[in-house]
Structures are given as C-alpha cells and as structure tokens.
Design a protein around this ligand. Structure first.
Ligand code: ADP
Ligand code: MG
Length: 536
C-alpha cells in the first residue's frame, strides 16, 4: 500500500468500507473460485450429488433437497462475496435460457479466474488478460460453430439425435440407469409440441409411490382434482367453460357481516335475495351452454346443485396453474363475467373425452383429445418426494434442452469433445498473436481443458493421462473422440451416443467468459451501508 492512501482524508462514512487494488481482486477471485469448486464435483456423468439442508429457526422441519443440478445448488446458497454472487447469477441465467450446462458455466468461469490470477501474478495487466480472452472466446466460438452439424427436422437422424441429447443430459442425474426410458419419454413429449416452445403444455405430476420405472407419458391433460359428487363422471365431446368467479355466497356469512334485523323472517329474506342473485349468475352461465364447468374458486352447494341439475359436470377449486393449463390445452378463455353468451363458441374449450381416472390411490380428471393436441402429461412415480423432486428437475432440464435443440437444430459431440476442440483452436491462435495477450489466450485454452479434466477426475480416472491421449487423438484428426466414462478410456462419441445441443455450449462459453471478464475488471470493492434518511 502506498502512503498516500493512508494520509488521504476520510471520504467514506464510518459504515462504508473499501477494499482496493490487489485486495479487491483477490477477494473476488477467492469468492468466485470457491463457488466454482463447490459445484465442481457434480460435473459429468459420474458427478456426485449434494444435500441441501435449510437452517435457521423454524426451518429444521422443512424438507431437504438431494440434487446434482448446478443451478439448484447455487440458487439455494446464501453468499456474501460479490463475485460469488455473479457466478450464481450466470448459472441461474443459463438454467432459464437453455436449461442445461449450469454446472459447466460456473466451473468454466471459476477456472478462467484461476488462470487469470496466475497471469496477474506474472505482472500481466488485467486489460491485457481481458483482450486476450476476448480473442480466445471468438476463436473458440467459431470452432464450436464449425464442428456442429445440422439435420433436417423431420429426418430419422434428427430424432435419434434428440434421444441422444436427452440421454446425455440425463446421464449425470439420479435416473441415469433408466435414462433410455426417460429420454424416449421426453422426446415424445417435446415432439408433440410441434415446434412450439411452450412448456406449459407438458404437465408434470408427481405422485409418491411405486418405482421410478412406473412413470409414464399420458397423451392428454390430467388435472389433480375430483369431479363433484352427483355429476356425470364421463363426458364425451365436452364443451368446457373455465371460470374464475366467486360462487360461494348463497348463504349469509353471519360472522363476517353485520346486519340489524328485528325478526328471523328478515334474515330469511336476505338469504333468499342472496340466493336469487346466485341463481341469476348460474342462469347467465347456462346461457353459454357448456357441458363442463371448471371454476378456480369454491362452489357452494346451491349453485353446484343448480348446475348439476342442468346436467353440467362441475369441477371446483382447481388451482390457478391447473386452470390456466386446462384453458391452454382445451383452447378456452378464462372468464370472470358472463355477459356475452353470443361469444360462447370462442370462449368455450373443447375436448373429446373427460373422465375420472385412478393413478396410484388418487383420483384425477383426464382430458383427452384436447383442441390443442400438443398437451400431454408426464406422471412421475417414485419412492419418496426427494427422489420425485430430483427426477422432476432432471426431466425439466431434458425438456428444456430438447426444446432448444428443436429450435436451433445444431448439435455437437459431448464427452468433452467440444471443449477440447475449442482449446485446440485457442492454442493454434496463440501461436499467431504477438504480445502478452498470447499468454491469456493460452490460459483460456487451459481453462476449457479443465472441463473434461474435471469430468475424468470425478469418475476416479487418471485425468492427466486421459487428457493427453485425448489431445493426441484429436491431433490425429479423429473428430468424434471423447471421454468414455464407463471404461475410463478415449472412445468414439458416435458409438456411445453422447451428443449435446450447440446452444447450451455456446451459452456456457459466452456467459462464463463474460462473467470472468467482469470480475477481472474489478479493482475496488466498496461496501455501502444502506442509505439513511437525512435529517432536514
Ligand atoms: P451441467 O450441469 O453443466 O449440465 P452435467 O453434470 O450435466 O453438468 O455434466 C455435463 C458434462 O458431462 C458435459 O460436458 C457432457 O459432455 C458430459 N457427459 C455427459 N454424459 C456423458 C457421457 N455419457 N460420457 C461422457 N461425458 C458425458
Ligand atoms: Mg447437464
């Protein structure tokens, strides 16, 4: 520290603190690398899982999470270090944008910073490092795009690719033993969407009981509700009115209301008036001529009876999400006023059959042959809620990746292939660049190579030897080699069927290098106390 820093008059208030130069940078590096190291062990098909346990008063009973998903782990972490927060943020964004590669992005950013720290120790200015990284990133991105391939959307190859991509995504998860089964299931669900990216049409229902293998795909929409007693349990060619309206005031709620009357007759009168209002509402609903009425709110006995008497099947108290999905799948509009029965044809939803079904021990309502035929339901079974939650997260990852792939259609080989190829491209580039930036470009290559290295380490294999063999194999021109994680050798990715979506890799590369650059630029951390109200 120079002396000037010490003799400067105090600029910051007492509550605020400042870390400068080396200290600030070191703090950021340490924070980011610590976060990356935390999720490092979950990377790859042989990655380990983590248990997340909430602490604090009143939290002991809330249930724990067992997961392998980088974004889930990072999301539940509570950190103080600002650089660590940046890493958590990029992992979250990766999850929202493409659904997979959430561990990769955090690990890559961490490794870049580890390399960056070494460069700074060698007295290379951060601006040179950043300039070098930018060159490296562009070169890597170009190589990544060059090695990707595209298939026609309707071809059998594309379909096979989708299954392989789903398998790769699922292979690091709990359901890895059943990954073929689930990969197939996810692909079928996504292909039903016919290019749309609305995940709402794919509903996931989790029901404890049975085994993971009892999970299945149901073509139709399933609502976790029961049909009201006294109504028809099977409706063909249903016309569905979906509503969000109050239907619960046929009786006076004595406790909530204050009415002054001088005889019981008056109470009866008021009650009759309320009933009349309700009947009026039901009449308005009937004008739409639905055969099924789904309401988000409770329906009291009186209106329920009126509706049932008119031969309408009533489903009450559907949760909001369920109701929105029913509306989306059957092509209905959600109504809360009923003054335009002439629009009935547009606002009513339609489906071929509604029936009550049993899954495990629970009764549910199934809508099949919906107007929007994209809708389907994945019913997950499993021994405990922890397992079901993790399976749900894994399936969600796979569905997101598949939707991205259907949109983008470009795929690359997995098993570390793309990272090794990108690293090779960076190294070739480093030979051509003059000046200190070349060191940064080489560092970028080393960081990329860490991804397959960590995947090997997590599987308990000798990474130094494997990665060297990998390099040589690529050098020889074998474009489809990659890590064979069952035997611990360099294998053929085409035979092993390990493929990945280009978008996932692109996004991971861009996000990681941006985050690393952002953290690299820091030379000052000012901690500010929350602003207090100034006295006038
Ligand atoms: P992320 O959260 O980043 O998706 P994963 O734990 O899913 O992390 O690991 C993804 C990495 O594992 C990818 O680089 C992928 O190529 C690699 N991988 C997945 N399955 C296999 C496999 N069967 N053989 C070799 N590598 C695999
Ligand atoms: Mg993954």
């Amino acid at each position: 520290m120079d002396i000037v820093g010490n003799v400067l008059p105090q600029v910051l208030k007492d509550e605020a603190t400042e870390d400068k130069g080396e200290m600030a940078r070191l703090q950021s590096f340490v924070g980011a690398i610590a976060v990356a190291d935390l999720v490092k062990t979950t990377l790859g098909p042989k990655g380990m899982d983590k248990i997340l346990k909430p602490t604090g008063p009143g939290q002991e009973m809330t249930h724990i999470t067992v997961t392998n998903d980088g974004a889930t782990i990072l999301r539940s972490m509570y950190v103080e270090n600002p650089a660590a927060k940046i890493l958590i943020e990029i992992s979250k964004t990766q999850d929202e944008e493409v659904g997979d590669g959430t561990t990769t992005v955090a690990v890559l950013a961490g490794e870049l910073l580890r390399e960056g720290e070494k460069l700074i120790q060698k007295r290379i200015h951060p601006q040179h490092v950043i300039a070098g990284w930018r060159i490296a990133r562009d070169v890597a991105l170009k190589r990544l795009r060059d090695i990707s391939s595209e298939n026609d959307i309707n071809s059998q190859e594309f379909h096979d690719d989708l299954v392989k991509i789903a398998r790769t995504t699922l292979s690091s998860k709990l359901i890895t033993t059943d990954r073929d089964y689930f990969a197939d299931l996810c692909v079928k669900a996504v292909l039903r969407l016919k290019g749309s990216s609305n995940l709402d049409y794919i509903q996931i229902i989790k029901l404890p009981g049975g085994t993971i293998r009892d999970s299945y795909l149901d073509d139709g929409f399933i609502l976790k509700k029961q049909i009201t007693i006294g109504c028809k349990r099977r409706i063909e060619n249903a016309k569905i009115l979906v509503a969000n309206t109050a239907m619960d005031y046929d009786k006076i709620k004595i406790y909530g209301t204050k009415v002054k009357v001088n005889s019981m007759d008056k109470v009866a009168e008021i009650e009759a008036a309320e009933k009349e209002k309700m009947k009026h509402k039901v009449d308005k609903i009937l004008k739409y001529q639905p055969t099924v009425f789904v309401n988000r709110q409770l329906i009291y006995n009186y209106p329920e009876q009126l509706l049932a008497d008119s031969g309408i099947t009533v489903i009450e108290h559907a949760d909001f999400e369920g109701m929105e999905r029913v509306a989306a799948a059957t092509g209905a509009e959600i109504l809360s006023t009923f003054d335009a029965p002439e629009r009935s044809a547009q606002v009513l939803g339609h489906c071929d059959l509604i029936e009550e079904i049993m899954i495990g021990e629970e009764k549910m309502i199934k809508f099949s042959g919906c107007k929007k035929n994209e809708a389907c339901t994945i019913v997950l079974r499993g021994a405990s809620t922890h397992i079901l939650d993790e399976v749900d997260r894994s399936i969600h990852d796979a569905l997101c990746v598949l939707i991205t792939t259907v949109k983008n259609r470009r795929v690359v080989w997995g098993g570390g292939n793309s990272e090794m190829q990108m690293a090779a491209a960076c190294e070739e580039e480093a030979k051509k660049v003059q000046g200190k930036q070349a060191f940064a470009i080489e560092a970028f290559a080393r960081a990329l190579r860490q991804i397959p290295t960590i995947i090997c380490d997590n599987g308990g294999y000798d990474s130094a030897e494997l990665i060297q063999n990998f390099k040589v194999e690529l050098q020889k021109g074998n474009q489809i080699c990659g890590l064979n994680m069952t035997d611990g050798t360099i294998g053929n990715m085409s035979e092993l069927g390990v493929k990945e979506c280009l978008r996932v890799k692109e996004q991971a590369l861009m996000a990681a290098s941006e985050a690393a650059e952002l953290i690299m630029r820091v030379d000052d951390i000012v901690k500010c106390a929350p602003r207090k109200r100034e006295r006038a």
